[in-house]
Design a protein. Structure first.
Length: 202
């Protein structure tokens, strides 16, 4: 059975002006009154322009106050884990971005999980720790991360894919909620495909 809710006053406040503009537009077309028709069609455009302009000014992103006062000494030590399997084409770019992070204390651990290419060789050219997994009965990302956790020294664990690119301020902004809110125990960030325009697969 379908139930119908009563129409609220807010609905009429929104729909009546729209119906009035439609009626004016039709009247302008029927009477061939060009000025009336132009007025009826211009009003919504002007409203939308004002609405979005005011919204962009009032609701533009602003840095939170706690981001400005948090001292480096109050930030926790972070262990960054990067599981990698046959990632020789991208691992160098990822480590270059991560080592440029604007954060006072962190370590980077690359877990070379049964790679048959030069992933581990390339990773060792950077100031990171490399865990090599070979001939292990259990493979995969979860097992690789567990291997990294065994040697991680950080108070906070951060995981990146081996083909990641990050902004310098990324880690600082991601950790701040953990520092400033005792009820926060984890942070999930937005992911964007940086090669999304290269082909249909991405």
């Amino acid at each position: 059975m379908t139930s119908f809710e009563p129409v609220t006053p807010l609905f009429w406040k929104a729909i009546l002006p729209a119906l009035a503009l439609v009626a004016l537009s039709v009247l302008g077309l029927v009477t061939r009154n060009l000025s009336l028709y132009q007025t009826a069609t211009a009003v919504p455009l002007v409203y939308m322009l004002i609405y979005f302009t005011v919204g962009a000014v009032i609701y533009r992103p602003r840095p939170a106050k706690d981001e400005e006062v948090t001292l480096d000494d109050e930030l926790p030590f972070v262990s960054i884990l990067i599981p990698a399997h046959n990632e020789e084409n991208v691992i160098a770019n990822t480590l270059t971005h991560i080592l440029r992070l604007d954060y006072p204390r962190f370590e980077v651990i690359v877990i070379d999980d049964h790679s048959s290419d030069d992933t581990g060789v390339i990773a060792r050219q950077f100031a990171v720790e490399v865990v090599t997994r070979r001939n292990m009965p259990n493979r995969g990302k979860s097992e690789a991360l567990n291997a990294g956790l065994e040697i991680a020294r950080g108070d906070v664990i951060c995981v990146f894919d081996a083909d990641s690119e990050v902004a310098p301020e990324f880690l600082r902004r991601a950790v701040l909620p953990l520092v400033n809110d005792p009820e926060v125990c984890g942070v999930q960030t937005q992911v964007r495909m940086y090669n999304r325009r290269q082909n249909l697969l991405t």
